[in-house]
Ligand binder design. Sequence first.
Ligand code: SF4
Length: 504
Amino acid sequence: MLLTAELLLNYQRCSRRAFLDVYGDVDQRDPPNDYLLKLIQDSREHQQVVLGARAVHRPHYSAGDLVTGSQTTLALMQQGVEQIYQGVLLAEGGEDVTLVSIPDLLVKHPGKSIFGDWLYVPTEIKLGKRPKLEYQITVAFHVQVLAAVQGAWVENAWLFLREKGMYAVDLWEMLPRMQAILAECIEMLRQPQEPEVFIARNRCNLCHWFNHCYGIARERQHLSLLPGVTPPRYQQLQLLNLTSVEALASTNPKALEPLPGFGSETAQKLVRQAQATQDNQAIALPTVFATNPMPPTTKSAKPALPLHSLPTATVELYFDIEAEPNLDLVYLHGVLVVDRLLQTQQFYPLLAERPEQEEQIWQNLLDLLWAYPDAPIFHFCPYEAQTVERLASRYGTPAYRVKPLLPRFVDLHEWVTQSVTLPVESYALKPIARWVGFNWRNPAANGAQSIFWYAQWLSTGDRTYLNAILDYNEDDCRATHQVKDWLANFLQKIEPTGVLDCSA
Ligand code: SF4
């Protein structure tokens, strides 16, 4: 069995992924999506920038021929070349296991090794800005394999990060951690048992097994599809044999309260979530019936929302931003102006066709928001309000132009999550809007895809990409509008039982 740094990295994210990478049916893997391809391309470009004018040697071998790769790398090391780019290092990793390390750079330093008075120190080049633990574990892995190849341990090893540059990995701390993870990974891969599926959006979204795993999870109505069921909570539920939506829905929350990581609020939330999912029904939260002002929520420590007074006005704005975090760039402000009196809806896409136009579209946005000085500005999640404050600071916008806008922002995500439990797999805009009956023109469009389209527009000049972004952004605004109308309707109609079948 070949155990690569990439496999070890994937194991840290999800043991099932590492298992499937070794034993899974490749036909069940998803093809790389556009966003992933963009990340790979960005990463390559970043490496080229870092390498710059460095004179590096690259071992020549056919793709997949690791033995030849390791032999040519060894020959370069024996010659004592200064820098080797993506050399191949192989070492024994125990019975039937070969460790494969391909560090981005091996840099020659003075020291003793089997080659003579020099040794090599690894550097891993990463597109990320932070020295994530998993990156540091990867570097420690390279160090261990390199030690076996050159017969000497290094004292230093490096990450090269975007913007921050060189970061020294603490090998005293990372080597034992890496060795423990490596041992666990090998142990898991020796078992015939496929690790159980567990859908966690933040780690599964970019995984090439996603559709395979998601299909299994849907078929089994796996509890990981319930918002709030985290891996540690799932373990606790398993101990109580509560592994189905039905079982959880009929549980008394009191029975869950003492479990580690639960407590009264979480216990009630999970049971209510299971009930909503089982019955495909929206359930009003008890706080909806409380008298205002309500106590602060424990999570946000902010005053709870006055739930029967979701702002409604003659003119309402629905606002959604498209941004490229890697470039720290906002390239589109989409605003849907809904005039309930005139019964009109007008979408305004304020688009930066070039990154330099960010300031111009910011000023255009301010003009538009001020053209409707009394209109509430609905958005989904805090990002839009935060970005407005950030852009104001970036462009030195006077306080009188920005401060009066901020109280007009209404975060619908906060309203939804503080007022209702929905039969959805996540409280992101898409699942909620879909549940209330909204359909995106392009069902596959998402924020990551929009970033890819914008990059394609910049490199090709093909307006098809811009049009795709505008359609997607407009649909996000319209989806937010539909969710707002649904919620306003729900809050008006709920019965004291707290339940109303508002499925679309
Ligand atoms: S989709 Fe999720 S559960 Fe499945 S292998 Fe990938 S990360 Fe693991």
